[in-house]
Design a protein around this ligand. Structure first.
Ligand SMILES: CC(C)(COP(=O)(O)OP(=O)(O)OC[C@H]1O[C@@H](n2cnc3c(N)ncnc32)[C@H](O)[C@@H]1OP(=O)(O)O)[C@@H](O)C(=O)NCCC(=O)NCCS
Length: 291
């Protein structure tokens, strides 16, 4: 039997299509399997509790973490997280050095004022286990302020109003509850050293995302919650080409943890009260270039 060219071409095409069909039938489930595994890996790495020890591997699969914007109803859980996570923090021990005077109730009121300010003025996130309302960690970032871009009247008015509001609330709290063990002299020493550090380090005209608070409940630490909280803002900073900045109150293990997030130590900050020194670690993260 003789075939003309067009019949031969059609035959070749049908053969190719049959072959493609067969490939798709056979490969699809495998590709789908690979895609699912990659997705699971991504979700686990991005949102889940990741730990290297075997005992915690189970919780890794069972503890997907969801990061969402902080809401007013999360504040109580956030305050508990701050108080537990910072209980033995070196800065906390230095600035509340007379432990007999500590008033945790006054501290809760002070933190509530700060958190309410953060809801209105900061990038404020909360991490929870999926399906649970328990706060596992929080992060508050102050957005960058470009030094070469003057504030609009609206921004100027809003910032001024918010600064006065914060200050006013703090004054009322101090009148009602006292200082609650806060060493005021040390507070001002810290503020002065911090202003010097910002002047020296914050040289980028685009400004910096400033990590004001990050903490994870002690029982949830080391499981990827901090990483998930960081990612929320570092990915934004990368997309905008803006640097991030933080002040760590601990050398070990925190500077290592922050290095894992891409931060580098740029300077120390010694808060010295007549020889009793609290050392802080200023770290900067360069934005990653997105291909
Ligand atoms: C600092 C803190 C926020 C980190 O959050 P976390 O949930 O414990 O951290 P993660 O589990 O997400 O770990 C983040 C990265 O640091 C690494 N890391 C965690 N613990 C570490 C340790 N002890 N040593 C070295 N690296 C460590 C992790 O491997 C991870 O890197 P990877 O994602 O590349 O694997 C949290 O531990 C915390 O709240 N600590 C107490 C309060 C505090 O110190 N707050 C900050 C004040 S500056």
């Amino acid at each position: 039997m003789e075939y003309d060219d067009s019949e031969r071409e059609a035959g070749k095409l049908t053969g190719l299509l049959d072959y493609a069909d067969a490939l798709r039938r056979n490969l699809n489930p495998q590709l789908e399997g690979i895609a699912m595994r990659l997705r699971d890996e991504f979700v686990l790495r991005r949102f889940s509790a990741v730990s290297s020890d075997e005992g915690a591997t189970l919780s890794k699969a069972n503890m997907p973490i969801v990061v969402s914007p902080m809401r007013e109803e999360d504040i109580d859980g956030g305050i508990r997280t701050i108080q537990e996570a910072f209980a033995n923090d070196p800065y906390n021990l230095w600035i509340y050095n007379d432990r007999s005077k500590i008033d945790l109730n006054r501290n809760r009121i002070s933190l509530r004022i700060r958190c309410l300010w953060g809801l209105r003025n900061a990038l404020f996130h909360v991490a929870k286990e999926e399906g649970s309302d328990k706060v596992l960690g929080i992060a508050m970032w102050i957005p960058p302020r470009a030094i070469d871009k003057p504030l609009t009247w609206g921004e100027w008015f809003w910032n001024g109003f918010e600064d006065w509001r914060l200050w006013g609330n703090q004054v009322v709290m101090n009148l009602q509850h006292g200082r609650g063990g806060l060493n005021v002299k040390r507070y001002y020493i810290w503020k002065a050293r911090q202003a010097e550090a910002h002047k020296e380090v914050w040289t980028d005209p685009k400004g910096y995302y400033f990590l004001n608070i990050i903490c994870v409940l002690p029982e949830a630490q080391g499981k990827g919650v901090g990483r998930a909280l960081f990612n929320e803002v570092t990915k934004k900073a990368d997309a905008e080409g803006i640097k991030c900045y933080l002040e760590s109150s601990r050398d070990e293990p925190n500077t290592k943890i922050y290095e894992a997030m891409g931060f580098k130590l740029v300077r120390g900050m010694d808060c010295d009260d007549d020889g009793e020194v609290c050392k802080l670690y200023c770290m900067v993260r360069e934005p990653k270039v997105i291909a």
